[in-house]
Design a protein around this ligand. Structure first.
Ligand SMILES: [Ca+2]
Length: 294
């Protein structure tokens, strides 16, 4: 009996000191808790057909005119230029721009008239007696000179887009040839190719099917659009090297205009990479849209 006690007692002490084997649930593992349910939304359900058709956009308003929306173009890379179409748009390159806002439409006669009324600026020559032609309130103001467009932007606290801002606004990020895609379609912009009414300018919100990926109207066609830059034939070569500084002054002292107009009659005129260099006092169809940084 004494021998049994001598063997059993140390074993009992050892058992007490070490304790019982632990189950897995005792080792600090916690039972997973269920993810909290998201609060019920008042917007539950399928979006309306209209909401599905209209992409949501972020925008700011013209500080001087709340009829003008400027759509947010997010920061990031986009493709510019073209390798094989235009002499002065080579080479195609990728560059990143900071976020900015670009007019949803060309500036209209009605919008420009508020600038004229507020400042006493000379009305466009195309307005008989200084008044907007009947029924043309929602048409682009044109022709106006680069200086006219610049004066409007300064009054509104906005500016003319750079060429690169204009081009990213027109073709999105994927370097497409036209605002709507890579295939020319005579029915998607106001042009002079015989299949659409060649009666001049149209409303700035016409051709919704021809909008750019950001939802901007008439980036190709209707009115040419002034940009802030001087015309520099070598600008795209420099941009492709990584230097995005706009030209300080062009050799021909001309300003850039982009997008073609109702007066043009070849698909290349409406190509997003086409770089125009009109005279500072163009005879027809030169308008503009506004831009602003954030
Ligand atoms: Ca246009």
């Amino acid at each position: 009996m004494r021998t049994l006690m001598l063997v059993a007692l140390p074993l009992f002490v050892l058992f007490v000191l070490l304790g019982c084997p632990r189950s897995r649930t005792d080792t600090g593992t916690t039972t997973p808790t269920a993810r909290p349910e998201a609060p019920a939304s008042v917007d539950e359900g399928q979006p309306s057909e209209a909401a599905q058709m209209e992409p949501s956009v972020e925008y700011i308003l013209n500080p001087r005119d709340d009829t003008m929306r400027l759509i947010l173009i997010p920061a990031g890379e986009a493709v510019f230029g073209a390798d094989d179409t235009f002499l002065y748009a080579k080479p195609q390159f990728t560059a990143s721009l900071p976020a900015y806002c670009l007019g949803e439409t060309e500036v209209t006669n009605a919008q420009y008239s508020r600038f004229v009324a507020a400042t006493g600026y000379q009305p466009p020559g195309a307005w008989p007696g200084g008044e907007i032609p009947g029924g043309k309130e929602n048409h682009p103001v044109a022709p106006v000179s680069w200086d006219d467009a610049q004066a409007y932007c300064e009054w509104a606290g906005l500016w003319l887009p750079t060429e690169l801002e204009w081009e990213k606004g027109a073709r999105g990020t994927d370097g497409r040839d036209y605002p709507w895609g890579n295939v020319w379609d005579v029915s998607k912009c106001q042009n002079h190719m015989g299949l659409t009414p060649a009666d001049g300018l149209c409303a700035v919100d016409a051709y919704p099917e021809g909008r750019s990926p950001w939802g901007l109207y008439n980036m190709s066609g209707n009115a040419w659009e002034w940009c802030s830059d001087w015309y520099d034939t070598d600008a795209y070569k420099r941009y492709a090297s990584g230097d995005l500084t706009p030209p300080l002054i062009g050799g021909a002292q001309a300003r850039m205009a982009r997008g073609g107009s109702w007066f043009n009659n070849a698909p290349r005129d409406f190509h997003c990479a086409s770089r125009g260099s009109p005279s500072p006092q163009p005879p027809y169809a030169y308008g503009f849209r506004c831009s602003r940084g954030l």
